[in-house]
Write a protein that binds this ligand. Structure first.
Ligand code: SDX
Length: 376
């Protein structure tokens, strides 16, 4: 039997490929997109600039940025057949299931420019532009709100808020959402991006790769954690109950969502930035309830488990203050990460290698076949 190397469960610390898109220094708590530190990008750029950076490997000039914003505005509408399908979906459907289903359906009506080999940046721009529309169209239908009108003049962040809330976001809300979209745009070979690359590595198409990624992001150990953080906060209710509830979970070896990370061994730099936005938005709203609860939760989890917050801990507290329902938090994560997923798919097409690891077989061999009539 061929000698197999030791199993690395969860592919932990396995270096699967080379990439120029994102670097994470887990020991120093640094995150870099195409050479730029996330702290600079969050403080000084926009989601449109970051999407361009991820796809092209350089920041856009002013005219390139204007062109991208125009394209995003022009690519936000859905084919009427897909709108008719949205009409049929159950109002109680999970928005992540709606997103996955609708991206998959979209592929049936879109040009084949998304097929491997062709310039798939057009497909990447299309999917990035249209995800907020899918979220908004579904949410409006389930809430009986008026149909979404195209607003090509709005930035992605402002349009996402307008699509969901059916109102113009304030400048502060749009800025906070823009920063959140920047922070969630890419993160090296996280599970959903890896799923996208595995799909692309078979020469499957961009829409199939993004459909794989959406299904993967839904899991509570990955993108689904931000929604569960808010469920925990609602269970806790007040700062005085944090110690009792969180300690109880840890004693029962339950996971406290929003903490821990496979790569970061110190604080996730995105959590640092989102903590500050949670405070700023809370102060502006005159409601620091979630922020104060989270600070206390952090204190207990770090004291008892030495764990640090990850990107999912504070994002929901910001979105809740905008009036966004928790089941749209992970879809918002997806509407940002689609830029990273598609950048990685493009990179995979450019340096293609079928991704196919092996397993260490621990089952039986050479069992004699017994006809069904003789089996007991
Ligand atoms: C994201 O990969 C990425 O980059 C993902 C992401 C991205 O941008 O794409 O950063 C986004 O997915 C962030 C993570 C969101 N998920 C959560 O917040 C869910 C809760 N966290 C975990 O389940 C966990 O921390 C993981 C899944 C994130 C990482 O898990 P690992 O690396 O597999 O670590 P582990 O499960 O082996 O845990 C090591 C120890 C264990 O303790 P012991 O059993 O050895 O005593 O730490 C404990 C775990 O029990 N632990 C936790 C914990 N996370 C780890 N204990 C309580 N609560 C937690 N959250």
């Amino acid at each position: 039997m061929v000698e197999i190397a030791e199993v690395q469960r969860g592919l932990e610390d396995v270096v699967a490929l080379e990439s120029r898109i994102c670097f994470i220094d887990g020991k120093q708590g640094r995150l870099i997109y195409q050479g730029y530190d996330i702290r600079d990008l969050a403080a000084r750029s926009t989601f449109e600039e970051v999407a361009y950076l991820l796809w092209y490997g350089r920041l856009p000039t002013a005219s390139q940025l204007t062109d991208l914003k125009t394209r995003f505005g022009a690519l936000r509408s859905l084919p009427h057949q897909v709108c008719q399908q949205l009409d049929q979906l159950p109002a109680e459907a999970s928005p992540m299931d709606v997103l996955r289903t609708t991206v998959s359906a979209l592929a049936l009506y879109e040009p084949d420019e998304t097929r491997p080999g062709a310039s798939s940046i057009g497909g990447a721009q299309r999917l990035t532009a249209v995800l907020p529309t899918i979220l908004g169209e579904f949410h409006r239908r389930r809430r009986g709100l008026p149909a979404l009108t195209p607003r090509p003049e709005l930035s992605q962040a402002a349009y996402l808020l307008y699509a969901i809330l059916n109102r113009e976001p304030t400048e502060l809300e749009a800025k906070a959402m823009d920063v959140a979209l920047i922070l969630h745009a890419d993160h090296e070979l996280n599970a959903s991006t890896f799923a996208a690359r595995v799909t692309a590595s078979t020469l499957s198409d961009l829409y199939s790769a993004v459909t794989s990624a959406i299904g993967t992001l839904k899991g509570p150990l990955h993108g689904g954690a931000n929604e569960r953080v808010m469920q925990l906060l609602d269970e806790i209710g007040s700062v005085g109950r944090v110690e009792e509830i969180v300690h109880g979970k840890l004693v029962r070896h339950e996971r406290v969502m929003g903490f821990g990370h496979r790569v970061y061994k110190v604080e996730d730099p995105r959590a640092t930035i989102l903590r500050d936005w949670s405070r700023r938005i809370g102060e502006a709203a005159g409601n620091l309830h979630y922020y104060e609860l989270l600070r206390k939760v952090e204190e207990v989890v770090h004291r008892e488990k030495g764990l640090y917050p990850n990107v999912d801990l504070y994002s929901g507290s910001v979105y809740s203050l905008f009036g966004i329902p928790p089941d749209l938090f992970t879809p918002i994560f997806a509407s940002s990460r689609v830029a990273g997923w598609t950048a990685h798919v493009l990179e995979e097409y450019q340096d293609l290698r079928l991704i196919r690891p092996t397993a260490k077989y621990v089952g039986q061999v050479d069992l004699p076949y017994v006809p069904v009539a003789q089996r007991s």
